[in-house]
Design a protein around this ligand. Sequence first.
Ligand code: GDD
Ligand code: MN
Length: 376
Amino acid sequence: MLQLAVILPTYKERNNIAHMVERLNAALHGLVWEAIFVDDNSPDGTADEARRIAREDPRIRVIERIGRRGLASAAIEGMCASAAPVVAVMDADGQHDPSLLPQMYDAIISGDYDVSYASRFAEGASTEAWGRPDRVKASGFANALARRVTGVDLTDPMSGFFMLRGETLRADAHRLSGVGFKILLDILATVDRPLRVKEFPLNFAARLDGESKLDRTVVFEFLIGLYDKWLGRIIPTRFALFGTVGAMGVLVQFAVLWLVLSGVLHERFVYGHWSGSEMAFDTANTIAALAAMTFNFVLNNELTYADKRLRGMVPLLKGWAKFALTCSIGILSNIASADALKRAHVSDVIAVLVGIVLASVWNFALSSKFVWGKYG
Ligand code: GDD
Ligand code: MN
């Protein structure tokens, strides 16, 4: 009888798959297990590599998601795709030590615990081999914040290595946010009854091959998680982020406009009013708009879509061009709708605001599909 499923979300881990399977095989000796790689259509052929191994070893399974990205949602879908009574999630890059799995399993099966997890910061754990003191620090901060705000008292609630009963997960799976990567914290904060958690110290290793996809965003990710839990149902998290970035973009546009006009052409300012030619103003404003748009693109790429971040010169340039196209149509619809409302005798402020909201929704919908999404 199938006892345990190990879910391994992957994105660009081709060279780590075979090694991971070998280690699982050695560690899980004596258990009836399966491993499910949940790959988001990695360009390096990770899914193909996993399928190659799966053809020879039916304990290995592959879920390939097309047009999707995200560690948390991959983990949730993998866990829901197994009939095993107990499910685990871990990194596929060799950073999580599979030899902890049997002890984690025993803790769940004993009935004394609902969740087992491996902590990078428990007594006896270590992060030296990780070789990333910056990330150790950021994780420490995020964890402290998590403890304070959610009341979840673990040494490492951001850990990506944990195990629980499938039914525990499924009971609340529909209420999990699935955004980002703080999945364990999400589970603990979502499930109403307190879960009994058993902690295992982890020697967090350096990754075998490839690079981290979650760099730089741990603390930010955590704040997003909080927002998501509190207000995410009213204004979806990504849209809230996109809107916030957009509002900052407006400030950038004014700042750049002011800089260009006052810096380059300052003699044309009379009592704070522009008295130069229309053309100079239009040129300055175009520069300002482009600057604001580029600022928005960069920030959205770093924050709003950190989990699907575009990297490398060509993808970035392509993304920027598509974003620019989306926004220019957004601006036209903004102006057109405000104009129509004004003619219908709606007050100026309302007309402008409605225009802005419409354009934001448009920009968000299109760019989430065409710049950072399925058709990106
Ligand atoms: N399917 C899928 N989709 N998998 C992904 C994605 C994605 O968008 N992003 C990352 N992964 C996979 C990676 O391939 C890897 O197997 C695992 O998720 C963790 O990603 P890493 O890029 O290795 O993350 P890390 O090592 O920097 O982050 C560590 O710390 C986080 C908390 O600070 C890991 O231990 C994470 O699990 C942990 O949440
Ligand atoms: Mn990793």
